[in-house]
Design a protein around this ligand. Sequence first.
Ligand code: HPA
Length: 273
Amino acid sequence: MINKIKESSQFIKNEFPSEIHSAIILGSGMGGFEKTFTPLKSFNYSEIPNFIKPSVEGHSGTMTFVEIKEKITVILSGRAHYYEGYNIQDIVLPTRVLSDLNIKNLIITNAAGGVNSNYSPGDIVALKDHINLTGNNPLIGKNIDEFGPRFPDMSEVYNHKFRKIAETVANDFFDYKEGVYAWFTGPTYETPAEVNFAKTIGADLVGMSTVPEAIVARHAGIDVTAFSLVTNLAAGISDSPLSHDEVIEIADKTSQTFQSFMKRFLEEINLAI
Ligand code: HPA
């Protein structure tokens, strides 16, 4: 695995040798965000060794380098999901590569189902913690000591200081909320009983991504911030059946607010680091 990571990061270092400060991985609702900046450099995932081309619509599968408040920021548009059948190590490879490129902070976005009854479709929620319900973990296997310890601390996965910045920025855009995200493998949406279970153990959101990326980033000491776009109420919280079309529709509707917020958030983060 380490050889694959090094091969990918070496390719990027050769093509774009500048120091990189921040990174963002875009989920549903953030597709096209990279196009709102002037790129310093851009790659298709298919050009980067070992990167998986995303199969889910709405994402281009590009890595774009931009400058925000004089800090180089890399935007990853599109991710592979565990439910697509890839090895979990390959899912987190781009995040591992980011850490090998010495990135100091990472923002992750996703679409999620709302479990907390105070949430409505279209809400943007900052993650305050997560619960891994998959029984898998991207750090299973030989530890890469160069990146981080065998038993990494996970007591503050989602950086408190950056969440405070998010709260301040959010004031201009939406009502700031925080929640706990439960990671299910998918690709099925959850059953009402599973959602009820997640709620009982403290989850506010359910989704199929983000947690593996957050785990390997924290392992490597990267500060993480993550946001869910609530595209639907989770199964059983509302009576209506779930569909991917509904997820896409709400994601598209909220996209403008999410992207405007994110631009300002990235500016503030880059000024703070
Ligand atoms: N469950 C899991 N993942 C999701 C959902 C959901 O209800 N909505 C969007 N992504």
